[in-house]
Ligand binder design. Structure first.
Ligand code: CMC
Length: 380
């Protein structure tokens, strides 16, 4: 016998899947990927190592990591038709609309798109993960009227992205700053976009459709779009002296402060802790100290005013300062989140298929019943 359905708005109290990818304890502020604490991963692991961990559910040996790196680098380049598609994109398009569209188009050019075997899904995961940085960096060049820069298979994913974006080699410190952000954003339980990806793959659709769905879901300001909003807010505040009146004004109008609060964490977001120290270092190295100081002042005011409600900085708050310091445009921030999260989305899709059951909740119907049909000419 099935249990009576319960209405749970926002699904906050519903467990809709089993996963071995990541564990979150929101009260204690713990996040683990496959049992490894996020802080240890951010300090020690490369993004590629994190990808291996999420896909294989164990850490790689040196040889296994080298093999994964090789297969990702071999897929950096895009099919000629996809380069052309980027060339034809409106320069004014929001990068998330562009990324969703071009990732979807990758499926059209992949003869394996509808092959849902484990091996084919792994190959498609590698392709999407490897190609997304090429798409984002070169769309940015296109909209700025700059020539494309082809990917460089001698570089890791973060350094390769920055080289395509800027047209030159970044320092190791800057590449590592991006690498750390990618590690921190890779997976996060059954967040909205991961849930969306799992729903799509549970219909036995395909990996490209699932990741396209997820990118569309990530785009919203209550999810991945928040880091962009944080940067808008920092620009609006403008100076450290303006922090207090700005924050107090917003709070008194019951407006949200972007980059604070979380549906799950009611303690300090564990992803924000190490990122804060990292943001400080990279801001100092790149002459963005003022931005970092403004951020810590916002945190102080928020701690005084709302920490009692369990509202602390989330991962987006200090990732905004970090991305700005390493020279990434504000409207690319959510794309950076997407590039990283492709690892988690694909891990969850492959996990879903291991023991698939169609995800299909119910709605509580609250509309009228028994209405009389009225001919179109008689309606008012
Ligand atoms: N600034 C000010 N007050 C807030 C904030 C905030 N950012 N977030 C929550 N609150 C208050 C809210 O006003 C409410 O107060 P009261 O009880 O007095 O009415 C209380 O906290 C509970 O709010 P809620 O809406 O029930 O909390 P939620 O769990 O539904 O919201 C959230 C979670 C992330 C949507 C929300 O905190 C928010 O809108 N934050 C800003 C957007 C943001 O930074 N999003 C990124 C999340 S982290 C990235 C990711 O993992 O996807």
């Amino acid at each position: 016998m099935t249990a009576a359905p319960v209405f749970d708005k926002g699904l906050a109290n519903t467990i809709a899947a089993e996963t071995q990818c990541s564990f979150i304890d929101g009260a204690k502020g713990i996040l683990e990927y496959v049992g490894y604490d996020i802080d240890a991963l951010a300090r020690n692991a490369s993004f590629e190592e994190t990808v291996f961990l999420l896909w294989e559910r164990r850490l790689p040996t040196r040889t296994e990591l080298a093999e994964l790196e090789r297969s990702i680098r071999a897929e950096y380049d895009l099919p000629p038709a996809v380069w052309q598609m980027i060339r034809e994109m409106p320069r004014t398009a929001h990068p998330m609309h562009m990324l969703r569209t071009v990732v979807s188009a990758l499926g059209v050019h992949d003869p394996e798109a509808d092959d849902n075997t484990v091996e084919a899904n792994r190959r498609k995961s590698i392709r999407m993960l490897a190609k997304a940085p090429t798409i984002v960096a070169n769309f940015d060049r296109h909209r700025k009227g700059k020539p494309f820069v082809k990917p460089d298979p001698s570089l890791g994913l973060a350094a390769n992205f920055l080289q395509m974006l800027n047209g030159g080699r970044s320092t190791d410190a800057v590449a590592r700053a991006l690498d750390v952000c990618l590690v921190l954003h890779a997976d996060h339980g059954l967040n909205a976009s991961t849930f969306a990806a799992r729903v799509t793959i549970s219909t036995l659709s395909d990996m490209y459709s699932a990741i396209t769905t997820a990118i569309g879901t990530l785009k919203g300001p209550l999810h991945g779009g928040a880091n962009e909003e944080v940067m808008h807010m920092l620009n609006e505040i403008g100076s450290i002296g303006n922090v207090e009146p700005y924050i107090m004004g917003r709070l008194s109008r019951k407006d949200r402060i972007m980059g604070f609060g979380h549906r799950v964490y009611k303690a300090y977001d564990p992803r924000a802790g190490y990122l804060k120290t990292f943001a400080q270092r990279i801001a100092a190295d790149t002459g963005n100290q003022g931005l970092y100081e403004m951020s810590t002042r916002i945190e102080e005011v928020m701690r005084r005013e709302v920490a009692a409600k369990g509202i602390y900085p989330n991962v987006d708050f200090y990732s905004a300062t970090t991305y700005h310091s390493i020279g990434i445009d504000l409207d690319l921030f959510t794309c950076m989140f997407a590039i990283s999260r492709i690892s988690g989305w694909t891990a969850h899709c492959m996990e879903q298929l291991e023991t698939n059951r169609l995800i299909r909740p119910m709605a509580e119907y609250v509309g009228p019943h028994g209405q009389e049909w009225v001919a179109i000419g008689d309606r008012r």
